[in-house]
Design a protein around this ligand. Structure first.
Ligand SMILES: Cc1cc2nc3c(=O)[nH]c(=O)nc-3n(C[C@H](O)[C@H](O)[C@H](O)COP(=O)(O)OP(=O)(O)OC[C@H]3O[C@@H](n4cnc5c(N)ncnc54)[C@H](O)[C@@H]3O)c2cc1C
Ligand code: SF4
Ligand code: SF4
Length: 611
């Protein structure tokens, strides 16, 4: 008999793999505010347990590092101990034979350098500066700090109207966010520790879809102060909403014919139906916000005029200019930017792509929207050309899946090289250079480099460029507003230094981001403009959240939203994703662990009832 046998995982191996998976999910949803020294020590112990023991730096060095970190946590030792930790980690990094040793050392090194203050605090005062507060994970990670467990409990109790009122305390775009929020909150949801994140965004959508007419919140006494808002996107309208509730008169100046910014002139209808957007905007206007449409600030009205006429100005102009590829043939006919094309569609200018072959260049959500929109405009074939790998695309995985399911093709690891034109000057083909995925850059992403293969020719009638957006800062720069790397410069309070009475936020400051980040900036701006005007209004809501009930929450699958079946994509701009049924929503709400109460909930963190 030969000695080789077929290997099957034994019972212990299966248990171990299950434990690794549990641990992976747990670490992935680590809450904010954990002690970085304690975490480094525990990671180090796991790494040390993996050592084969053959090389001294790993076997002995990691053990020594462990002891030193234990001393820091016990507050034993002089501040020089931190230097010794750093030196020891450096030596292990340079001398360990394999990744078990040197990667463990790298992790310790990054921690000690990134959190030196924490290490010093432990040694000097025997306390931890990071662990003083344990916020509710989902609420802390939502940029606008929406009271997630609060609204989930209200939806579970069948009180959708109250749930929407509670959401509006922090975010006046509940419907928009229920449909298109990128839901960073879910990444930190503690339910990951049991099975999978709660579908927080889907529950929000259920709440808005079932809330009916929601009454307007009360407004504070008029203050007589006036605030001008430049830009009627989610950021500008959020600031206007809260400032109006605080009793200030707000006037929104918008260059386009309708309010909504990128929500109207960027996000396609099949993801965000116009009536959903209109509902949120009308509610904001109903509080008393005034809008001046078709008026560009920097054109018929200047920033200087607004600064003189109003007590404060908030600039939230978004990022509406396109970025250039910088390749030959870019100015050929039928080469368009994605933002321009999508804006045109929002304004009723529908390009004729019937039977055309389209290339979309880019790998973000805008590229996916351009791909899916082209298919709906009748394109015969749509190829999305991206210079990195598909897994490196910045678009949400579900967006990529949907684009592929609808018939879009992803051509990864190909960088646009030049655009070929026909005799009439229209684009005829995209030449793309094959790439090889290469070293990981400082941003933690593997960068592509040119592969030693010849460029490929992709015949096409249209090219849509979706490689990012720029900010049209020029009119504001000439009025003395500072910029940095193409974005308006503002402090974390949104105040524009040296401007007197100007604040700025949203995409115009952060660069292209997300709806909820623009909403969060609008909220921060409203709070700081209110103080700048000499007031300290608070925003609250008279909704009582149901008390939590102790449940043992057995593991249960997450309810995901389904996509509608689309037999003929051509011309079909109807909403694709379908909301939860009542039964699904009830089950999903029941998965929430009520971290506002359990865990650290009530005594370190708790719910924010006002701001
Ligand atoms: C195609 C596309 C799809 C997207 N999909 C999503 C998504 O699914 N989820 C998500 O979270 N985010 C998404 N985003 C990003 C999101 O739309 C933006 O981050 C968000 O709208 C930024 O809000 P804002 O208020 O800062 O700017 P904007 O929404 O851009 O609004 C700025 C407003 O200012 C106006 N304006 C500009 N200059 C002037 C001026 N000089 N005078 C007067 N008015 C002016 C503009 O017309 C515009 O109405 C998407 C973006 C695009 C382009
Ligand atoms: S607004 Fe977005 S990030 Fe905030 S709780 Fe809702 S889904 Fe999460
Ligand atoms: S379990 Fe509930 S309260 Fe806890 S993080 Fe998830 S959604 Fe938030």
């Amino acid at each position: 008999m030969r000695r080789l046998v077929i290997e099957t995982p034994g019972q212990s191996q299966r248990v171990l793999e299950g434990l690794y998976r549990d641990m992976q999910r747990r670490i992935g949803s680590s809450p904010l505010g954990l002690c970085p020294v304690d975490m480094a020590l525990n990671f180090l112990r796991v790494c040390h347990a993996q050592t084969c023991g053959k090389c001294v730096p790993c076997r002995v060095g990691l053990g020594q590092l462990t002891k030193m970190l234990e001393s820091v946590l016990d507050g034993e030792g002089e501040p020089e101990l931190i230097d010794r930790i750093e030196m020891t980690a450096e030596v292990i990094l340079d001398t360990a034979d394999c990744a078990i040793g040197y990667e463990a050392a790298r992790m310790v090194l990054q921690g000690v350098r990134g959190f030196r203050d924490d290490y010093e605090e432990h040694l000097l005062r025997g306390r931890c500066i990071c662990g003083l507060e344990h916020a509710i994970p989902c609420t802390a990670v939502c940029p606008a700090h929406v009271d997630v467990p609060g609204y989930i409990a209200l939806v579970k109790a069948g009180r959708c109207e109250d749930a929407v009122r509670l959401i509006r305390k922090d975010n006046p775009f509940p419907a928009v966010c229920g449909y298109v929020c990128e839901h960073p909150c879910e990444a930190s949801c503690r339910r990951h520790m049991v099975d999978d994140a709660v579908n927080i965004c889907g529950i929000k959508r259920y709440a808005v879809d079932h809330a009916g007419q929601v009454p307007l919140p009360p407004r504070a006494e008029p203050t007589g102060k006036r605030v001008a808002i430049v830009g009627g996107g989610p950021g500008g309208l959020t600031a206007a909403y809260f400032l109006t509730l605080m009793g200030h008169k707000t006037v929104v100046y918008e260059q386009r014919h309708k309010l909504g910014g990128m929500l109207r002139y960027g996000i396609p209808d099949y993801r965000l139906p116009p009536e959903v957007l209109d509902g949120d905007i009308q509610y904001i206007l109903d509080t008393g916000v005034e809008a001046v449409l078709d008026t560009e600030v920097g054109g018929s009205v200047t920033l200087e005029q607004l600064k003189a006429e109003y007590d404060a100005v908030y600039i939230s102009i978004g990022a509406h200019d396109d970025k250039k590829l910088g390749i030959e043939g870019e100015d050929n006919r039928n080469v368009v930017s994605a933002v321009k094309m999508l804006r045109g569609i929002g304004e009723g200018e529908i390009p004729d792509l019937k039977g055309k072959r389209v290339c979309v260049i880019g790998g973000g959500n805008v590229a996916m929207d351009a791909t899916r929109t082209s298919l709906r405009l009748g394109a015969e074939h749509v190829t999305c050309v991206y210079r990195r790998r598909e897994e490196d695309m910045t678009a949400l995985p579900e967006e990529i899946e949907e684009a592929k399911a609808e018939g879009g093709e992803i051509l990864a690891l190909h960088a646009p090289a030049r655009i070929e034109a026909d005799e009439s000057g229209a684009c005829a083909a995209l030449w793309a250079q094959p790439q090889l995925i290469s070293r990981v850059g400082r941003d933690g992403r593997p960068a592509p480099k040119q592969a030693s293969q010849p460029p490929v020719r992709i015949p096409c009638d249209y090219i849509i460029v979706a490689i990012g957006q720029a900010i049209h800062t020029q009119p504001f720069e000439t009025s003395g507003i500072g910029t940095r790397r193409g974005a308006i410069q503002a402090e974390r309070s949104c105040f524009v230094p040296g401007s007197g009475n100007v604040f700025a936020g949203g995409d115009a400051v952060s660069g292209p981001a997300t709806v909820i980040r623009a909403v969060a900036a609008g909220k921060v701006a409203a709070d700081n403009i209110d103080s700048f005007l000499g007031y300290h209004h608070t925003i609250t809501v008279d909704v009582e959240v149901p008390a939590p009930q102790l449940t043992n929450s057995p593991a249960c699958g997450r309810v995901n939203l389904r996509s509608r079946n689309i037999p003929h994509i051509d011309g079909d701009f109807d909403l694709v994703s379908q909301g939860m049924t009542e039964e699904e929503c009830q089950q999903e709400c029941g998965r929430c662990l009520r971290c506002d109460h359990f865990g650290y909930g009530v005594f370190k963190g708790g719910r924010n009832v006002k701001w």
